[in-house]
Design a binder for this molecule. Structure first.
Ligand code: 6MZ
Length: 345
């Protein structure tokens, strides 16, 4: 990769809209939380699984390592603080962090949320951070309902930080259908919604998610008819123009896409549909947002102005408020003005 392009991707102010807290913890952060060396080695092993043997199951097992390392209020706080620092060092100027509130011995789900929020408030980096709280599709309806009740309570205390809810978890389990009413309740209480969609082949569920019209969808690997999806869903997405959170490396490591050259984002590019570039679980997948931008340039021939535009468009798709969006757009314009060398080649 040409080093001036690497510099461009690192220096470009970036917008991260799809990052799971526990999957994002790097092997530099895990030791700070007291994570044993053997666990860190297992965490790294996933990256070396050959193509063809990669699958979602292996990835979902790996989250247990990070969850063990963040099982107290103190470690949740430390993990969040250090993670924000890492994103800021990668010149991410706006981060929407998402995480699933958890009860652990000595830490309630409410303590968990409080610890994440305290770290966001204490962070001294030049980065704006918002929180999306996740419902896990593997959990029972009762657990998800309790989780939403808690989220709504905390949202009323921290409306400037808690912006939305997400549906995540292993897509082989559970269904959007059973939890849809909870997302409706969230929406009626001023929470934005983003839904993991089509990480496995399931056109019926994808259709139901699109019909719900969340503010954004995540992944969308199997939505387009060339990717085991169906034309009705693709036409619906084209009509609704829901912004899609694309996670290139994540899709490769989970085996939902075999090689970057075959990534479904090409259909979004062809039809000029809105999308953002994201890391998903940068710790587990050993990536960074700069690296995702470099990959996008390498495989999909994006120019510097194209990548700048992706950052700009992501601001519009974010859950930031109107003033925050203006501030972020000004930062990006200002950076372009000062870095004209990248645009004049
Ligand atoms: C679906 C995912 C995911 O919430 O404990 N998560 N859900 N698809 C993915 N694609 C790879 N990557 C992460 O972070 C870890 C949790 O995020 C969800 C899973 O529920 C995982 O347990 P938190 O901070």
């Amino acid at each position: 990769m040409d080093s001036s392009f690497e510099d461009f991707c690192l220096s470009l102010p970036k917008i991260e809209l799809h990052a799971h807290l526990n999957g994002s913890l790097s092997d530099k952060i895990l030791p700070l939380l007291g994570c044993p060396y053997s666990d860190i080695c297992n965490y790294q092993k996933l990256r070396n699984i050959p193509i063809g043997q990669r699958n979602l199951e292996n990835v979902f097992k790996t989250f247990a390592i990070a969850h063990k390392a963040t099982s107290s209020s103190q470690t949740v706080y430390l993990a969040t603080l250090n993670l924000i620092k890492e994103f800021a060092a990668d010149n991410v100027i706006y981060l929407e962090l998402r995480t699933t509130p958890r009860n652990e011995e000595g830490m309630s789900a409410e303590n968990y949320i409080e610890s994440v929020i305290k770290a966001i408030q204490d962070s001294t980096n030049r980065i704006l951070v918002k929180l999306i709280l996740s419902l896990n599709r593997q959990h029972s309806l009762e657990e998800c309902t309790n989780n939403l009740n808690l989220i709504l309570k905390k949202q009323s205390e921290y409306p400037d930080i808690i912006k939305g809810i997400d549906l995540s978890g292993n897509p082989i389990h559970g269904s959007f259908h059973d939890l849809k009413h909870l997302f409706e309740r969230g929406r009626n209480n001023n929470l934005f919604t983003t839904i993991h969609c089509g990480e496995v082949v399931n056109s019926k569920e994808i259709h139901e998610i699109l019909e719900f019209r969340p503010e954004r969808i995540g992944h969308a690997c199997y939505l387009h008819p060339n990717y085991n999806g169906c034309i009705q869903n693709w036409n619906l997405l084209k009509e609704l123009r829901l912004p899609t959170e694309i996670c290139l490396t994540s899709n490769i490591v989970t085996g939902t896409v075999d090689i970057y050259e075959n990534h479904h984002v090409q259909e979004w590019i062809k039809d000029n549909l809105p999308f953002s570039l994201n890391t998903d679980d940068k710790g587990i997948f050993n990536t960074s947002l700069s690296q995702e931008f470099q990959i996008a340039k390498k495989f999909f021939k994006f120019s510097a102005p194209d990548l700048w535009k992706i950052s700009m468009n992501s601001i519009e798709d974010s859950f930031a408020n109107a003033e925050e969006k203006i501030y972020l757009k000004m930062k990006l314009e200002d950076w372009k003005f000062k870095n004209y060398k990248f645009f004049s080649q």
